[in-house]
Design a protein around this ligand. Structure first.
Ligand code: ADE
Ligand code: ZN
Length: 330
């Protein structure tokens, strides 16, 4: 079965590009950019050191600060897609944060140029298709969100396929971000937002009531409200589920207590994702394998997850059709 899972075409819809930089790549980029960093960002095993959600967000910011130019973004995108491809991921949508880039002195257009080059090079070398979701950062506030959305709309690029938001779910109210999301939606960018990860079902209600979203990042805590599950199903709102991330951040204590099975039993569309792979010691492949090993998922269930993921992806219709054919022929 392990071999069958390895060969199964997989899809990733929820990863943060800055959160995919592994410690080896971090050291390489920090060295060539002469960036001094605090050794405290590593634990004794050489992994990233953090203890809870706020300290994870701090560690994430520290790692991102090694990036200094478009080539760095090219390299992290290329390495991420190369790694995905080794797990038979055929399509990956990655969040990128112009606010993190701008803190490092990188302009929006350089950021996109670097990421697009990484996508082109990875497609040439490995056949994987990569796309970009531009995200704002919740704890930086609604005005920064508007600025990011406007930059995206004013500088269209064929690989930028959607708009989203990560960051601290406890900061501000989701309704405050409606102006940013409306800028994106009015320009026909589909949207996703992190909710129902750190905060409960009410945060998912806010997301679907106030923001023009067709997907929710995480959304697992929707299970705390039966009516919400019905609404997600009826409105065809897909959940980007990241079990390894949820376990690492102690949202759930164990695989057995993770609600992905319950969510799928309600007919809600889901995808399986790595979120920030080296921080949470995971990968898309490990998430698929974990569902099989820990929750008894069979190949047909995993294949249906890949199919649902493509259907809820922000790819254009022709790309979607090609990818769906690849999955059904596997
Ligand atoms: N940014 C990177 N990873 C995140 C997560 N799991 N939740 C919210 N914001 C994030
Ligand atoms: Zn995330």
């Amino acid at each position: 079965m392990q071999d069958q899972i390895q060969k199964l075409p997989k899809v990733e819809l929820h990863s943060h590009l800055e959160g995919t930089i592994n410690p080896k790549l971090f050291h390489e980029i920090a060295k060539r950019n002469n960036v001094d960093f605090d050794e405290d960002i590593f634990d004794e095993d050489g992994g990233y050191a953090w203890t809870d959600f706020p300290s994870f967000l701090n560690a994430y910011d520290s790692v991102s600060s090694c990036l200094k130019n478009a080539k760095d973004y090219r390299d992290i995108m290329y390495e991420y897609l190369k790694d995905c491809s080794s797990q038979n991921v055929i399509y990956a949508e990655t969040f990128i944060s112009p606010d993190h880039a701008s803190d490092c002195g990188i302009s929006y257009n350089d950021l996109i140029r670097g990421c697009a080059k990484g996508i082109d090079d990875a497609q040439l070398d490995f056949g994987i298709i990569g796309r970009i979701i531009v995200t704002c950062v919740r704890h930086l506030g609604p005005q920064k969100g508007v600025d990011v959305a406007q930059k995206m709309v004013d500088n269209p690029h064929p690989y930028v396929v959607g708009f989203g938001m990560g960051g601290d779910e406890n900061s501000f109210k989701l309704i405050d971000f409606a102006p940013a999301f409306n800028i994106a939606a009015k320009a026909n960018y589909p949207c996703t937002v992190h909710a129902g990860e750190i905060c409960g079902a009410e945060s998912v209600w806010d997301a679907i009531n106030y923001l023009p979203v067709s997907r929710i990042g995480h959304g697992v805590r929707s299970v705390e409200d039966e009516h919400l599950l019905d609404v997600l199903k009826n409105r065809n709102i897909a959940l980007e589920i990241c079990p390894g991330s949820n376990l690492a951040l102690s949202i759930y204590p164990s695989w057995e207590s993770h609600p992905i099975k319950l969510i799928m039993s309600k007919g809600i569309s889901v995808s399986l994702n790595s979120d920030d792979p080296p921080f949470f010691h995971t990968s898309v492949g490990q998430e698929y394998q974990g569902c099989a090993d820990q929750l008894g998922f069979e190949i047909k269930h995993l294949k249906s997850i890949s199919t649902m993921a493509i259907k809820s992806s922000f790819a254009d219709p022709e790309t979607k059709l090609n990818l769906l054919n690849k999955i059904s022929q596997s």
